[in-house]
Design a protein around this ligand. Structure first.
Ligand code: B12
Length: 213
């Protein structure tokens, strides 16, 4: 079985120990980088997302898989990426989170990890984050950018609200605002006056580099 196949099997079977041990051992042997493992895990979640949309699997299946993925990202991959990033010079600071009312974290955490591994300082505020919290953190740490994730049609408007709030406070020009998440698009970003949109974590890195470095 290839590494991709094993990872997929562990995620589908909710085998947290299997996934943790495989990720740890491939990293120890330096067979792959943590970014490559993250990408493989992201691909499996995309696959599960498609299955869910086709009603081939159900919500509890997803919750089980998503929860072991989150553990592995938090306990194994993120620390491995952070350990590598230590000596690097910062490319800039970004405050990132999933907007208010939305608890989807996997894609946003992938974006966070990819940005981090590319030298950005990432302040990951988690999920269900109100506009004020994004702004307070950005002001506190002197960020150059704010990244907003939204996976629900119902939560997208909070991206627009954050931009309006920045405008209201007269600080819109201080920050590049980038948006993402499956219901969003380039057109949406333009409509709400965001500085950019990216379809996935890899594009998010090139977008932010273009905007702030
Ligand atoms: C996993 C999942 C869940 C998990 C989330 C677990 C977790 N910790 O994240 C659980 C089971 C909890 C869940 C709950 C719900 N979910 Co859900 N979920 C999904 C699912 C299957 C996959 C999402 C995912 O992780 N994808 C994999 C990652 C890697 O991709 P991604 O998130 O798109 O992120 C990439 C890009 O979008 C981009 N990106 C993401 N964020 C950002 C940010 C920036 C700044 C940038 C630049 C880029 C960027 O880069 C990422 C990495 O490449 C999707 C279906 C789908 N196909 O997307 C539904 C989906 C998003 N969920 C949906 C729904 C309806 C719900 C619920 C309301 C269900 C319910 N009835 O309770 C709740 C919502 C609860 C809430 N208040 O938020 C709908 C949303 C429909 C809509 N458009 O509004 C979807 C589309 C499924 C569907 N077809 O019905 N869900």
């Amino acid at each position: 079985m290839t590494l991709e196949e094993s990872i997929k099997e562990y995620i589908l079977e909710w085998d947290e120990d299997g996934l943790i041990n495989t990720c740890k051992s491939t990293l120890e042997k330096e067979e792959v980088t943590p970014e490559v493992l993250l990408k493989m895990i992201g691909d499996v979640m995309q696959f599960l997302g498609d299955e869910f949309e086709r009603e081939e699997i159900f919500l509890p299946d997803l919750i089980g898989s998503a929860s072991i993925v989150k553990t592995v990202i938090d306990e194994v991959l993120d620390p491995a990426i952070r350990a590598k990033g230590k000596e690097r010079e910062s490319q800039g600071k970004i405050v990132l989170g999933t907007v208010e009312s939305d608890v989807h974290s996997i894609g946003k955490d992938l974006v966070a990890s990819f940005l981090f591994s590319n030298g950005f300082e990432v302040f990951n505020l988690g999920v269900d984050v109100p506009a004020e919290q994004f702004i307070e953190k950005a002001e506190e740490v002197g960020a150059q950018a704010i990244g907003l994730s939204s996976l629900l049609t119902m939560s997208m408007d909070f991206q627009r609200q954050l931009i309006s709030e920045l405008e209201k406070r007269g600080i819109r020009e201080k920050y590049k605002v980038i948006v993402g998440g499956s219901p969003t698009s380039d057109e949406w970003a333009e409509e709400i006056g965001a500085d950019g949109w990216a379809d996935d974590a890899i594009e998010a890195v090139s977008l932010l580099k273009k905007l702030i470095t």
